[in-house]
Design a protein around this ligand. Structure first.
Ligand SMILES: Cc1cc2nc3c(=O)[nH]c(=O)nc-3n(C[C@H](O)[C@H](O)[C@H](O)COP(=O)(O)OP(=O)(O)OC[C@H]3O[C@@H](n4cnc5c(N)ncnc54)[C@H](O)[C@@H]3O)c2cc1C
Length: 335
């Protein structure tokens, strides 16, 4: 079914965005092919979309065919390494986390409560609470419109990085289903401060179910409730800087946290927003930084993409002026 002139404000969690020319539903290879054929016929680009929880859409009309992935089955099978769970692109990510936890399967419990679909999860290699999709990833299948074939990619071929993958760098292919390896026996990954605090307070986090529920609880205190607020979660990526720059910044801000990674020192941007710039709750027009977590940008009802861009650009400029760090958006733009 092809819908016409559908406001992006109804398809994104920011609740912002003008009408998309066409919205097609993707629940099979045939329907994905048909959407591409329609886009070619109309000479429009095609853009896949899940739950719109990582998208900032422009206020103007969007001359594109949006492909809304809606296939949603989950299948488990035993393998020599554990259990392979294979889920369709349109499956809710958190439903998949719950399905694994219900069977006592370890691997993705720390990623509980992340909004969005399974198909979008590899695009930015979703991550939270010391875990990321790549840790349990097995393979995915995607439709390549150039060859009109289904390709199966390994983790290495997906080129996962920090909130990054080949799908972010080279958009165009449509992820159809994703397979992960989860295990019947595992150990809790509770080193992350928010979780270790719960353990110190006496909570027992010894099953995927208990950890998933704890993570959802911690997240609900940090992130705005999507039924009340317009947001796409963390708006910017945490920057990675070279050691020299980190050492210099530490002279000015001795408590600046930094975590060594293979590409440099990763800085928690929320710390800079909070301790260097005092921007918790900072508001410009109809958009502001969330009080509980300043990396999260929130839009009032009726806010526009222009409002969000103005705030985001202003924050990026303030960070650059204070620290020399150039930050990058995590949220994808759609225009
Ligand atoms: C409150 C809140 C908290 C969040 N917390 C986290 C967090 O802790 N960690 C984290 O990593 N992210 C987080 N996010 C961001 C978001 O949840 C993830 O990026 C999620 O994977 C997006 O899923 P989606 O289905 O909404 O994708 P969309 O926003 O619809 O799309 C995101 C991108 O993926 C592409 N895409 C979507 N489906 C497909 C497909 N089938 N094939 C190819 N490309 C596709 C789109 O074209 C777009 O570029 C948060 C967002 C919110 C609103």
């Amino acid at each position: 079914m092809m819908r016409e002139n559908v406001p992006l404000s109804t398809l994104t969690t920011f609740r912002i965005g003008g009408p998309a020319r066409y919205v097609a539903q993707g629940n099979s290879v045939a329907s994905v092919k048909a959407a591409f054929a329609h886009a070619r016929e109309c000479r429009l680009p095609l853009y896949p979309i899940g739950q719109g929880s990582n998208i900032l859409a422009s206020d103007a009309s969007i001359a594109a065919v949006l492909l809304l992935m809606q296939n949603n089955s989950i299948a488990f099978s035993d393998t020599s390494e554990g259990v392979e769970v294979c889920a369709d692109a349109g499956t809710s990510w958190d439903a998949l986390v719950r399905a694994c936890a219900d069977k006592g399967l370890w691997g993705i419990e720390n990623l509980a409560g992340i909004p969005g679909t399974v198909g979008a999860a590899p695009v930015q290699n979703i991550g939270a609470y010391g875990s990321e999709l790549a840790d349990s990833f097995s393979w995915l299948e995607c439709y390549d419109p150039d060859t009109e074939t289904i390709q199966r990619l390994t983790g290495a071929e997906c080129a996962f990085g920090y909130r990054d993958s080949t799908f972010k760098q080279n958009p165009g292919r449509i992820i159809m289903r994703v397979a992960l390896t989860v295990t019947r026996s595992g150990s809790p990954r509770t080193q992350y401060a928010d979780l270790s605090r719960l353990i110190d307070a006496g909570e027992v986090l010894d099953t995927p179910h208990a950890i998933g529920e704890a993570v959802r609880r911690v997240r609900s205190a940090k992130f705005p409730d999507l039924t009340e607020y317009g947001t796409a979660g963390s708006f910017f990526k945490n920057p990675t800087i070279v050691l020299d720059q980190y050492t210099q910044l530490q002279q000015q801000y001795p408590e600046l946290p930094g975590f060594a990674t293979s590409t440099g020192i990763k800085i928690p941007l929320a710390w800079i927003l909070d301790h260097v710039l005092d921007l918790r709750g900072f508001r410009m027009g109809h958009a502001y930084l969330f009080q509980n977590q300043p990396l999260v940008l929130v839009a009032d009802a009726g806010a526009t993409c222009v409002d969000v861009d103005a705030l985001a650009n202003n924050v990026a400029e303030k960070i650059f002026n204070a620290t020399g760090i150039q930050i990058e958006r995590e949220v994808r733009s759609l225009s």
